[in-house]
Design a protein around this ligand. Sequence first.
Ligand code: SR1
Ligand code: MG
Length: 416
Amino acid sequence: DYRILHEAALRDYLAGLPDITALLGGEPAAWAITEVGDGNLNLVFIVKGARGGIAVKQALPYVRLVGESWPLPLSRAHYEFLALSRQAELAPGLVPALLHHNETLALTVMELLEPHIIMRKGLVAATHYPRFVDDITTFMARTLFFTSDLALSAAEKKEGIAAFAGNHALCKITEDLIFTDPYRIAEQNRWTAPYLDGLAASLRDDMELHVAISRLKLKFMASPEGLLHGDLHTGSIMVTDSQTRVIDPEFAFYGPMGFDVGAVLANLLMAYFASAGHERTPGERREFEVWVLESVEQVWNEFARKFLDLWRAGPTGDAYPVSLFTGEKGAMRLEAERQAYMQRLFTDTVGFAAAKTIRRIFGLAHNIDFELIENPKTRAISEARAVRLARGMMVEAPAFRTITDVTGSARKLRDW
Ligand code: SR1
Ligand code: MG
């Protein structure tokens, strides 16, 4: 039955798995086991033997960040395994290889990603990642397109939705922590006080913002467009100069595509605003900020280009039946419709990016981009700039017609 595997129990468990034992090499007693989990929910171990290493992730029956007072279903490990398996088929080489899964223990053994680091840590150190844009846009375009009604039959799509429908406890975390709590008094909210006290109060009183975040919440709850990663921030991406791997899809479910794309853009934009608060030379700072904003633009542009290319090339799902768009006239009308689809997706993306930003500044779960700025006043300045952009993006999302409208506004606010 389920039990939490700490070091000794994990060693015994792994020693009983012939494939893993062979991969690690040497005597089990000599394996080095270290718990390295710094996320909000799970235990993560790195195990190294004489020959090789592995990563082991085990779900806890509660939220690690808060403790046993906040129970959370172990089934999230099942959905994470399912999502990783599907993503490996759709975007080969962009997720860690799966080596073993135990449903009862809510435990998964994966390829050890080494020397990869969590991208967010690299961004705080002002590191540029040359592979990132190409890899993350391939990941998003392929996982979102191929799980949508544009590529699947209605039956296949509904089977997909059903397979992830039980992951509602994880969706509920998002519904509360991202779409509700930052806009009301909630025990778990926190922000850089006292500097952001006024901004926090203004968010609670801003009815335009409440309407906008509620529309986004409804879209999140009621628009199963494709299989989402569900938590695609820069803490869920591991990188080197030459490789990108997407990890941790335990929040996976069928939802609105803009939620994943918006998560990536929001986290790059937060790295941009945080840059002013970190120790770095003026040259490093300038170069990093230019790279991050270029990456924001390229992420949207490349994602849209790849997604449209997949759509134009087929396979054809049950939406937009080919038989309704025949001849030259049909081809032209369908192409115009594809452009309109991408514009709607862009508007969703802008809104979700804003929601992902505001939650990191006023909600329960913050990010090190801002948290590692030691001086609270300096931190609050960076955070307030990000919130100002986010408020505009959420309330006036359709006014942002192109991604350069977003980066242009970010640039203006950088020195505000
Ligand atoms: C209680 S879980 C808090 C956050 O951690 C995860 O990474 C998700 O972003 C979630 O909202
Ligand atoms: Mg995570």
